[in-house]
Design a protein. Structure first.
Length: 370
């Protein structure tokens, strides 16, 4: 049996875990830059908890709260500048995947004088500042992955950078921060996590250990998506969502994503669709495609989700995700396919697609015009 496995992040979970483990922050230094989005962390208690913990430990802090959804290069360079000016010792990211990924890039830019191209080429010489992740959505798994996904206008798409120093040193998973998260973001992000585990399972780099985590999280997410009542999601269910999404993050930290994420990026860039929703729109048809070569493994995914066949998986996704009326023009689709085929992780898919297969997945996903 040959495999490798890597998860260097210390994980703390449960209500009030930031407060209970504030001493962990003190070990990272005396000055922190908090990187977060415009409003949610101020309303859901996460920012207040972090400030209380930092004060308790005598750590000075500043707040950079300018991170937009699907963060762009300009934002992370501004954040990097702030971290330099205050001579931050470490970065605390609070929010969904957007602030967490931005915080990772800020941690790199705080200590490196590099150009945008060098950031995207992972060409930096000084290790990023230590980074603490406090997720307030249960989807991206960014708290346990070595990836930061940035929107790059010159390339007209989203680009994922990876680095050992982009793993969080610490992460705190507190489901209370998600108690008021609306159904749409809850479902979109849960489907993002589901697609991480599925893409990690149907992957040439999958191992016995990543498979175990993938099937566990597919099982939990499948059950949650089938049973959660949009207006009554309990704290226990929020905690399960966070846990399953963290497991899925550990899976893609080993394997990377592939077809579904590669197809989701242009849908987000050009059509402004939330990341998880974009993935969810092509997930069923991507499974149909991979099933042609890997019926047994796709069968395991279906079974873990608590479904009888792929049609039921498709019905579940349709039920939980918002209905999007979108048809790509032929020219758009051609442009998308060109970008998708250049995505580096596509070669890790259990069945590697050609251009015509991507076209077919768009068609089966009802996104092709004609
Ligand atoms: P997001 O873009 O971080 O946030 C979406 C929205 O949810 C924002 O409006 C945000 O508001 C709000 N929000 C966040 N937490 C909330 C809470 N607890 N209560 C109420 N509202 C809340 O969404 P995301 O899906 O988590 O992240 C998507 C990004 O992650 C994409 O850029 C994607 O490419 C990336 N991603 C990264 C990885 C990785 O491994 N690094 C993996 C998959 C995806 P505010 O803006 O006010 O905070
Ligand atoms: Fe994702």
């Amino acid at each position: 049996m040959q495999f490798s496995f890597h998860c260097p992040t210390k994980i703390f979970a449960g209500s009030e875990c930031v407060d209970r483990n504030s001493g962990q922050l003190a070990a990272l230094g005396n000055k922190a830059l908090i990187v977060t989005g415009g409003s949610s962390s101020k309303k859901n208690g996460s920012l207040a908890d972090v400030i209380t913990a930092l004060k308790k430990e005598g750590i000075q802090y500043e707040i950079f709260d300018e991170v937009e959804e699907n963060p762009g290069l300009a934002t992370v360079f501004r954040g990097g500048q702030r971290a330099k000016e205050m001579a931050a010792d470490f970065i605390v990211g609070i929010g969904g995947g957007s602030p967490l990924d931005a915080a990772k890039a800020v941690a790199v830019l705080a200590v490196n004088e590099i150009r945008p191209e060098e950031l995207l080429e992972r060409n930096w010489s000084v290790k990023a500042l230590p980074f603490v992740a406090i997720p307030t959505t249960a989807g991206t798994g960014s708290e346990v992955t070595p990836y930061a996904v940035l929107t790059v206008d010159t390339a007209e798409t989203k680009i994922s950078i990876a680095g050992e120093d982009l793993f969080a040193k610490l992460t705190f998973l507190d489901g209370r921060y998600m108690l008021k998260l609306n159904w749409q973001i809850t479902a979109n992000t849960a489907v993002d996590a589901l697609s991480h585990s599925i893409e990690g399972y149907l992957n040439k780099r999958a191992t016995v250990l990543s498979d175990m985590l993938a099937l566990e999280s597919i099982g939990m997410l499948g059950k949650l998506l089938q049973t959660m009542e949009p207006d009554h999601i309990s704290l226990a269910q929020r905690e399960e969502l966070l846990y399953a999404s963290m497991l899925a993050g550990i899976v893609i930290a080993q394997t990377g994503t592939n077809i579904v994420h590669a197809m989701g990026y242009p849908l987000t860039y050009y059509k402004n669709l939330p990341h998880g929703l974009a993935n969810g729109m092509v997930l069923k048809a991507a499974l149909d495609f991979i099933e042609q070569d890997c019926p047994e493994r796709v069968g395991q995914v279906v079974k873990a989700m608590g479904c009888h066949n792929l049609s039921e998986v498709g019905e579940l996704l349709t039920r939980v995700l918002p209905n999007v009326d979108l048809k790509l023009t032929r020219a758009e689709q051609k442009n998308f396919v060109g970008k998708i085929m250049k995505t580096k992780n596509l070669v890790n898919s259990a069945k590697i697609p050609e251009e015509k297969d991507i076209d077919e997945i768009f068609k089966l996903s009802n996104l092709a015009d004609g």
